[in-house]
Design a protein. Sequence first.
Length: 417
Amino acid sequence: IFMFKLTCVRFKCSLTNTILDVLHQRAGWVEVKEDGEWDFNWCDVGWLRENYDHSYMEEHVRICHFRNHYELTRKNLMVKNLKRYRKTLEREAGRLEAAKCDFFPCTFELPSEYHLFVEEFKRSPGSTWIMKPVARSQGKGIFLFRKLKDIMEWKKNGTRSEEQRDEAQVESYVAQHYIEDPYLINGRKFDLRVYVLVTSYLPLKAWLYRDGFARFSNTRFSLSSIDDQYVHLTNVAVQKTAPDYDPEKGCKWQMHKLRLYLTAKHGSETVEALFKDIDNIFIRSLQSVQKVIINDKHCFELYGFDILLDQDLKPWLIEVNASPSLTASSQEDYELKCRLLEDTLHVVDMEGRLTGREKRVGGYDLMWNEGPVYREDVSLETLGSTYQIPNTHLGCVNDRKKQLRQLLRPFPGPKRA
Ligand code: ADP
């Protein structure tokens, strides 16, 4: 077998935050400006749209998005794919199996599903809904409502007259059941940001990062002030504009701290069940687009999953980001993102140091490899039968340095050229 060995990795990067720092610091990697040839491209989705379809990529080249990443990361398409997947499961595997997809709030796309939405709206009088533009981020354009007349204003501005209709596309929104009873800590709402790396869709190969964080709202939760973004939206981009935001304290808890807190409060059995339910969300949502995403061995994707917990400790999928923020909001956040990105590059393995059979690389644990991945070192024996334990460790200790030392031989660098 011909083994391609790079003596130096030429990279391009369209961002100027932590990822560029990590790439600059990586031994044997050199930045390429403008039109130079490259082996690795941390591109943005705009670059992908313009260049992917008419560029030839050599065998060893890697880029950080799949061509149609939006199938999972645009709010309306994610729900469409999940609904279809749930239907297929119901047909092929039955109700019980399909019910494992019930982790996203009831959602309709507007304006196309307006009538379906109104039907559902009337079935649950008094409940709260959230309206979100499908392709924006950082909480932009989002509002909550309880009465149909509250979206009339939006409808008037959003939909255009007959003549205007051809000129500009109406911006699509999703109307979604608002989770009215979020799990609160110190009276505050939060959501979880979890990182999942996909290195292949066919077969599906996905890695779960141990670190992540909870993003807290700065203001006590209440359902009486539905117009107050600081209460209801946990995006850092929103919270950091709050008048009483303290940049030193920030609004984040590391996943490890959250796991310890929940374990102290509810016991390890409950918390393990919760994290198992969260794993289920990652796998099912990736499977829902497995046949839709254009699989290409040049591509990988680092997803940021947003998960919300309700008072019964049920996890809900809010959205999936293909370009999770790599800008750091504090020193601690910077260090987490550097660890995450370094390990992402270790898994992508431009240096060719791995065997391809690894179940762990730094802070990443292999979660799915055509099927569930189990831990080798432990199994539970109950009533004579053995249960295998999933190989995931979200919020557990991340002793990545020690593990990486054992795993990686140093990259030879340009000398061997
Ligand atoms: P964006 O892409 O603009 O960040 P999100 O869908 O992530 O949009 O929503 C922003 C925030 O609004 C979330 O982080 C969460 O705090 C809150 N949110 C969104 N959808 C819901 C929902 N269905 N129920 C409760 N809170 C929600």
